[in-house]
Design a binder for this molecule. Structure first.
Ligand code: COA
Length: 282
């Protein structure tokens, strides 16, 4: 596999995907590392995330991406520890003194769309604050797992702002109009349990089980044909982009096209022969 981009603020660790076929696949775990600033997304983190996306999309061995936030550092003597965070938002200190002209290029070329545009499965692993741009980063992933102590919210309204990383649209599509309106206009926070109840996260997991559960899901996704999984993602995505009848047509087109792939032939034969499919990725 190619070397991942290096960054002080985004650690990339590639874990072998044990059941991947073709073999050599990895689950790529990306950890945002600014724990003293609650992993707030500054220009450096945004740039590192975009570079990581370019790398992951181009490297065939990357099968699944997990995005998470670094745990707090030990506090200096006499100081209270910083709270756990996925990411407590865009870095607010970078907002001061900026005009619309200044922020437009930053938000036109942004990490939320870069993650959203990945054609490989993405999972947000959340333990702590996922606020503003941090919540939007989790929303840009396909799946979300979080601990009960996590806190989700879009508090931009309290800064005289609204979500700018796709939050209004992704929340509305994921949760529906009423829940999205309450979060975006109210600017409050909900904990992991409430996030699970309203469907903001897929799984609610205790902190000491979070990595294992996330990895279990990632390893399962990494065991599928990389080609078929891209098609599956594209098919479900069509539901967000297209009217219902066009989405149904789009699914049918994608489904039928899979009948011309090696992996469909391999998958069906393996089932009938009671064997494990060994995918080619084609
Ligand atoms: N941007 C920049 N810095 C941030 C930040 C953000 N979004 N969120 C937290 N920080 C920094 C704080 O400034 C502080 O830095 P310091 O120790 O150098 O002063 C550090 O992270 C710890 O945060 P602190 O506010 O002291 O922690 P807390 O436990 O008292 O409160 C929060 C935690 C999450 C409630 C609070 O940090 C907060 O409200 N953050 C902003 C959330 C937000 O509005 N996000 C949307 C941005 S668009």
């Amino acid at each position: 596999m190619s070397a991942p981009p290096e960054s002080d603020v985004l650690q990339i660790e590639n874990v072998p995907a044990s059941a991947s076929s073709p073999p050599g696949g990895v689950v790529s775990v990306w950890t945002i590392r600014r724990p003293d600033k609650l992993n707030a997304l500054n220009a450096e983190v945004n740039s590192a995330l975009k570079s990581a996306c370019l790398w992951a999309e181009a490297d065939d061995s990357v099968r699944v991406i997990i995005i998470t936030g670094a745990a707090p550092n030990e506090p200096p003597e006499g100081k209270r520890p910083k709270p756990n965070s996925f990411a407590a938002g865009a870095d607010i200190s970078e907002f001061q003194g900026k005009s619309s002209e200044d922020v437009r290029p930053i938000f036109d070329d942004n990490p939320w769309d870069a993650v959203w545009d990945l054609t490989k499965p993405t999972i947000a692993m959340v333990d702590g604050f996922a606020l503003g741009g941090g919540a939007e980063l989790a929303l840009s992933c396909d799946l979300r797992l979080a601990t009960p102590r996590s806190k989700f919210g879009t508090p931009e309204i309290n800064l005289g702002l609204i979500p700018g990383g796709g939050g209004t649209q992704r929340l509305c599509r994921l949760l529906g109009y009423g829940q999205a309106m309450e979060m975006v206009m109210g600017g409050g926070m909900i904990d992991g349990e409430e996030a699970h109840r309203i469907g903001l996260i897929n799984h609610l997991v205790e902190a000491d089980e979070l990595l294992d559960k996330t990895m279990e899901i990632a390893q399962n996704l990494a065991s599928k044909s990389p080609h078929t999984i891209r098609v599956a993602k594209a098919a479900v995505r069509a539901a967000l982009e297209q009217p219902f009848s066009a989405g149904i047509q789009s699914e049918r087109d994608l489904f039928c096209a899979l009948f011309d792939t090696a992996d469909m032939e391999i998958g069906v034969k393996a089932f009938l022969d009671r064997e494990t499919a060994e995918w080619t990725g084609a």
